[in-house]
Design a protein around this ligand. Structure first.
Ligand code: MG
Length: 161
């Protein structure tokens, strides 16, 4: 049995006038993340963790932010595409994912189960294999000053064939 581990990190700026989407879930808030896609930095960090586990290029190589065709794209669609075309196609499946969202606000606790279910559905595992934790950064740095939300993700993959 071959196991592979991967990690991913992402950060996006927070600005008024954008929807806040994290882990495929829209969260009511006065600001949202800015990016070429819907800027779901949890999805992006997990996508990069999957790619990293197989030593593949990062998400930006598959979805360049200069491509007008992907402007405003739903990041769960990017995650699904990478999982199906790059991970499953190489006969790897997800054992588990763990992740941390760093956001001073909004309070995310009530949204985590929804994110776990959404992401588990995409990655072919139950929600109890998708860890998502939320923390603040105690007012420090860009995330602490409410200028950005950042995410770290780790995944473990297993070869099944
Ligand atoms: Mg990103």
């Amino acid at each position: 049995m071959e196991l592979r581990i991967g990690n991913g990190y992402d950060i996006h700026r927070l600005e008024p006038g954008r929807k806040l989407i994290l882990g495929g879930v829209e969260i009511p808030f006065k600001k949202g993340l800015v990016g070429h896609s819907d800027a779901d930095c949890l999805c992006h960090a997990i996508t990069d963790a999957l790619l990293g586990a197989l030593a593949l290029p990062d998400i930006g190589q598959f979805f360049p932010d200069t491509d007008p065709k992907t402007a405003g794209i739903d990041s769960t669609q990017m995650l699904r595409t990478i999982y199906e075309r790059e991970i499953l196609s190489r006969f790897f499946r997800v054992i588990n994912v763990d992740s941390t969202i760093i956001a001073q606000e909004p309070h995310l606790a009530s949204h985590l189960v929804g994110m776990r279910c959404a992401l588990g559905g995409i990655l072919g595992v139950a929600g109890d294999r998708i860890g998502i934790k939320a923390t603040t950064s105690e007012g420090l740095g860009a995330t602490g000053k409410r200028k950005a939300i950042a995410c770290f993700a780790t995944c473990l993959l297993e070869k099944f064939k």
